[in-house]
Design a protein around this ligand. Structure first.
Ligand code: ATP
Ligand code: MG
Length: 365
């Protein structure tokens, strides 16, 4: 098995939560026969700017391109508020997404039993929740041209964004969603608005065709994106995999995220196209939260989103399903035992630091 992991801890709490993943990788290397990861580490964001004057160096970009998976912490913070726009911390992540061709963003919303009370919904609506939102990440209205603000003769302005999708862009994200559904509860829901958008008409047509031609055994449902948002807060457990465009995916994944509680709990994966020779996809795994400069260095950061992102790497980049399930179970168990970082602590909880949480997860493994 090729097994190169490239770590980009980044800024703020990024290095603190990545340290916990490093401990887990070292533990797995020493204790699990199936696993021998080679790890290398680089800089991204403000820390890369301080070291090289760029949001990521060319050398580290090259390492990211040749790794089997990239683990990314978080970037940014007030220290770099005034650096030039092209080298701002976020530019590092955008460059990685673009050069690795990461067009599929996977955002699971999983409710750990011990945290069901922390949801914005009633406990019974979220207990056992396990949905996956597959968002198209490189097309749609965020990137379509024309994209401009022009002056009108009467002194008003006119703003234009273009929602643009081609058949092949929709086909490839559809295949990612169906392939993932087959490893889960085997249901796909496609969210668009074909009733008012031409891109929605094409989206629905392409998803329907790919489903019928290539995934006959996976039930497919079409849902209008606004209705999908409503259903997510009414009865989220009806969904397994939801596939949608860039804009709707941005919104629906944030809705789904809050069903499960804290920002510090949410992992994500971004995948590229399969390599023609090896079939392997380029991939980057990162927590949904940012660099949390307000708590950096205090030991209050919750490492679970970063650890769960590593769990997604085990599953999706290395096919280590059993080991990925071990990580998920370890997280669930430490929560069951009442351990909480400050962000998820309730009255009377056993509040632990970032590294104590990491150690507890390793003890469960
Ligand atoms: P970005 O623009 O980089 O996404 P943001 O402004 O959305 O950043 P975050 O950095 O995600 O914000 O932080 C939002 C709030 O959530 C902060 O108060 C932060 O301390 C808290 N937070 C974020 N991640 C964690 C974590 N892993 N553990 C504990 N608290 C967190
Ligand atoms: Mg944010």
């Amino acid at each position: 098995m090729s097994n190169k992991l490239f770590l980009l801890p980044g800024d703020g709490i990024g290095p603190e939560i990545m340290d916990e993943v490093k401990k887990i990788i070292e533990w797995m290397n020493a204790n699990l026969d199936a696993i021998s990861f080679e790890i290398d580490e680089g800089k991204v964001g403000g820390s890369a700017y301080d070291a090289h004057g760029a949001a990521i160096s060319e050398e580290d970009m090259e390492k990211a391109m040749t790794a089997d998976a990239v683990l990314f912490g978080a970037v940014g913070g007030p220290k770099w508020a005034d650096v030039p726009y092209e080298v701002r911390p976020e530019a590092g992540l955008l460059r990685l997404r673009k050069d690795l061709g990461l067009f599929a963003n996977l955002r699971p919303a999983l409710c750990y039993p011990a945290l069901a009370d922390a949801s914005s919904l009633k406990k019974e609506l979220v207990e056992g929740l396990d949905i996956l939102i597959v968002r198209e990440l490189t097309g749609g209205v965020y990137f379509g041209e024309p994209k401009e603000i022009t002056d009108l003769p009467d002194g008003q302005k006119r703003a234009v964004d273009t929602q643009l999708y081609t058949t092949s862009e929709i086909e490839r994200i559809t295949r990612v969603a169906f392939d993932l559904a087959k490893t889960r509860s085997n249901r796909v829901s496609s969210a668009e608005k074909h009733n008012v958008m031409k891109s929605g008409v094409l989206w629905k047509e392409v998803v329907t065709r790919i489903g019928a031609e290539e995934y006959k055994n996976t039930p497919l449902e079409h849902v209008l994106a606004d209705n999908c948002a409503m259903q997510l807060v009414r009865n989220p457990k009806q969904y397994d995999v939801i596939v949608c465009d860039n804009l709707f995916g941005d919104i629906l994944s944030d809705v789904a995220a809050m069903l499960t509680g804290s920002l510090g709990m949410l992992p994500s994966a971004s995948l590229g196209a399969p390599d023609a020779a090896s079939g392997k996809r380029k991939a980057l795994y990162e927590p949904v939260h940012g660099s949390a400069p307000d708590i950096a260095g205090t030991g209050a950061a919750n490492p679970i989103a970063m650890v769960a992102s590593f769990g997604m790497a085990l599953r999706y980049s290395f096919g280590l399903i059993k080991e990925a399930e071990m990580v998920d179970a370890a997280i669930s168990n430490v929560l069951d035992k009442g351990l909480r970082t400050r962000d998820i602590a309730t009255e009377g909880a056993n509040v632990v630091t970032t590294s104590e949480m990491g150690d507890a997860i390793i003890a469960e493994l």
